[in-house]
Design a protein around this ligand. Structure first.
Ligand code: AHM
Ligand code: MG
Length: 336
């Protein structure tokens, strides 16, 4: 019989390897795991309860908030506040960062940035969505209120990052800087079980993922790269397959496993790109690098090296198999 290793066991085993570990990250992951289970349950009955559709409000970025966006934000926020290891959060659904003010939280050493429900416009049509999270150690003194500087740290300072994908099965994929591991949720016993140990992205792939509806507005180098993806050449598996779900977590997850590249360039509609650096690009960049891939915003500009200036800052994102990202960079450089 195949033994199950649960996420809890896996985290404890790994913690034993670090004699100085205090168990705080373990506790933080318990919060994420709990909120993910609650969200899994809610998403699975989305058509049955009054949870689909727009909530009638806009978030700070002028986007329609879905009811499930708000639900997810509240549950993740509350779960993270409860254990007292997190002193504050930044969220796509919150205009400002949120300070957790209870004494136990003021003593917390971590801040979390998150997109509680990424790709939420997909929820009404029963397509996969996700939660993305990014964890940093605070830089302000323990015992004081969290500050903006705690959130505006470059991505290479992340101590952990991951996502939950609510797809045909629900999975939690994360890294603490020591490889990437994936856990599939078994709702019958209520546990995330290790199903994808030590995930590595293939060096090359044959999938490109981009919203081609924006093609005419893309920079010249990106347009040329897309044409390159579509050209016939057996030796490089071209033409590549185009796959775009419109849910970063799902597109990223597929490309991580199969090999591929995800592109969200600048365009006239989104002059700085659409995706948010702190809770979309950075965690994905951390994961892909841990899995042997690359993430850039521009040739030579590693996502993880960007110095953030704003909580909801946007940036272009090119992420995936290393050889594909390198090839795209060549096209952009040549066009420039
Ligand atoms: P969201 O966080 O408001 O859901 O927006 C992010 C999503 C990503 O999941 C997805 O990759 C992208 O936006 C899709 O954008 P577009 O519809 O412009 O292709
Ligand atoms: Mg998002």
């Amino acid at each position: 019989m195949k033994m199950i290793k649960t996420l809890g066991e896996f985290i404890l085993d790994n913690q034993k390897e670090y004699p100085d570990a205090s168990g705080e990250l373990t506790s933080l992951f318990s919060s994420i795991r709990l909120a993910a289970k609650i969200l899994h349950r809610q998403i699975n009955k989305a058509g049955l309860v009054d949870i689909t559709g727009a909530a009638g409000a806009e978030n700070v970025q002028g986007e329609q908030q879905q009811k499930l966006d708000i639900y997810a934000n509240e549950h993740f926020k509350n779960a993270l506040a409860q254990r007292g290891v997190v002193c504050g959060i930044g969220s796509e659904e919150e205009e400002e960062y949120v300070t957790f003010e209870e004494t136990k939280n003021l003593d917390g050493r971590y801040v979390v940035l998150m997109d509680p429900l990424d790709g939420s416009s997909n929820i009404d049509v029963n397509v996969s969505v996700g939660t993305i999270f990014s964890v940093y150690q605070r830089i302000s003194p323990v015992g004081t209120k969290v500050t903006e500087a705690d959130f505006l740290q470059p991505g290479h300072k992340q101590v952990a990052a991951g996502y939950v994908i609510y797809g045909s099965s629900t999975m939690l994929v994360y890294s603490t800087g020591n490889g990437v591991n994936g856990f599939t949720y078994d709702s019958t016993i209520g546990v995330f079980a290790l199903s994808h140990p030590n995930l590595m992205v293939p060096e090359d792939g044959a999938i490109y993922s981009v919203n081609e509806g924006n093609y005419v507005h893309f920079p010249e180098g990106v347009k040329k790269y897309i044409k390159y993806c579509q050209e016939e050449d057996e030796s490089t598996q071209r033409p590549y397959t185009s796959r775009y779900i419109g849910s970063l977590v799902s597109d990223f997850h597929r490309n991580l496993i199969k090999g591929g590249i995800y592109l969200y360039p600048t365009s006239s509609r989104y002059p700085d790109g659409k995706l948010r650096l702190l809770y979309e690009c950075n965690p994905m960049a951390f994961l892909i690098e841990q899995a042997g891939g690359k993430a850039i915003s521009y040739p030579g500009k590693r996502i993880l090296d960007i110095e953030p200036t704003k909580l909801h800052q946007r940036c272009p994102l090119f992420v995936g198999s290393p050889n594909m990202v390198d090839k795209l960079a060549q096209f952009i450089e040549a066009a420039d």
